[in-house]
Design a protein around this ligand. Structure first.
Ligand code: ZN
Length: 344
């Protein structure tokens, strides 16, 4: 029984065991697999499962999501912790080296992540945090089926948000702060906050929201469009704020794709729904407009850019800061209407 357990753990690590030994026979291929594991783990390569090898094997058996991760004494160890550290570091949260030990550095990075993604800041990697990490995982298999038009795609889908692949694109990020308010607050930070909140709400409605960036990085618009295409998104919502040298400029505007005489009909429909929702949430109406921005031009799904207000208007930006959650809810309502309305 112990040998069978050992073999199952080795196989989970993609080490090959001969069929004739599986089920508990300790033969040459089992020993080879142990040696290979010891080699890659930096242990003495003797083919014997002593205490150190067994401990390493148990730690290697954990995958992210198998168990809740938190700061505890002694520190939790395992490949799931290593995976968490790698993901946090890749997103710009400094979790330290990928040592597979859940120490203070990892705990701090995790709380920073939870704060930024608007999930409960409990310091535990549970369901909510795993879903938030998932929303930032834009690494999707390439290769699409035959292209169908936007309109047909929408018609073919069952109505409602459930199962819809929705890309949220917080503008700017990384070295690009976007517009800057009087108090030094940045467009990049505000739009990330709204996007994170909207992602959380969409998740609660069983949609598949995905963010194009984390709080610290800033891919260019073509990269974001490619991510959305590869993700086979049903819809992309890019969130920005407007800027103007005149501090009294105010109001919300939404943009859909228009290049020359060609415009995206579903994009325009979506833009109107978003715009109505923002007006309903108390924003002044600066209308919907056709534009050929790269994020609208290079995406293969209906896409809009929304600017709920001006960061350069101190009063409006103060209101935006206070109503971040309401604006996210308003946009959620618009997306819900978009996916439930009959295509015309
Ligand atoms: Zn912007």
């Amino acid at each position: 029984m112990a040998v069978a357990d050992l073999q199952a753990r080795l196989e989970k690590l993609k080490l090959v065991i001969d069929a004739s030994e599986l089920g508990g026979t300790f033969g040459p291929s089992t020993e080879m697999a142990i040696k290979a594991f010891q080699q890659r783990s930096g242990l003495d390569v003797d083919g014997i499962v002593g205490e150190a090898t067994w401990k390493a094997l148990v730690e290697s058996s954990w995958s992210l999501g198998d168990r809740p991760l938190r700061l505890s004494q002694p520190f939790l160890r395992g490949d799931d912790v290593r995976e968490l550290q790698a993901q946090l570091n890749a997103l710009g949260f400094t979790a330290g080296k990928h040592d597979g030990i859940f120490g203070l550095g990892t705990a701090g990075a995790l709380r920073d992540f939870q704060r930024n993604l608007a999930v409960d800041e409990d310091g535990i990697v549970g369901h909510e945090t795993l879903r938030a990490l998932e929303r930032l995982r834009m690494v999707i298999k390439p290769g699409l089926g035959p292209r169908i038009s936007e309109r047909e795609a929408r018609r073919a889908d069952p109505p409602g948000l459930a199962g819809k692949r929705i890309v949220l694109d917080p503008g700017h990020g990384g070295d690009d702060a976007g517009g800057i308010g009087l108090n030094g607050q940045t467009e990049a930070d505000w739009v990330f906050r709204v996007s994170a909140k909207l992602g959380l709400l969409l998740d609660g409605h069983h949609a598949h929201p995905m963010l194009t960036r984390g709080p610290y990085d800033g891919p260019d618009d073509s990269q974001r469009a490619q991510l959305a295409n590869r993700f086979r998104a049903d819809l992309l919502l890019s969130i920005h704020l407007n800027s103007h040298p005149t501090p009294i400029a105010a109001g919300a505007a939404t943009y859909f794709f228009q290049g020359g005489t060609v415009a995206s009909e579903p994009g325009e429909h979506l833009a109107e729904l978003i715009q109505q929702a923002l007006i309903g949430a108390g924003r002044a109406d600066c209308g919907t407009h056709g534009k050929a921005y790269p994020i609208l031009r290079e995406t293969q799904m209906p896409a809009v850019v929304v600017e709920p207000g001006f960061i350069t208007n101190p009063e409006e930006f103060r209101q935006l800061g206070e109503s971040t959650d309401d604006l996210a809810s308003a946009m959620l309502g618009a997306l819900e209407r978009y996916f439930s309305s009959e295509p015309d």
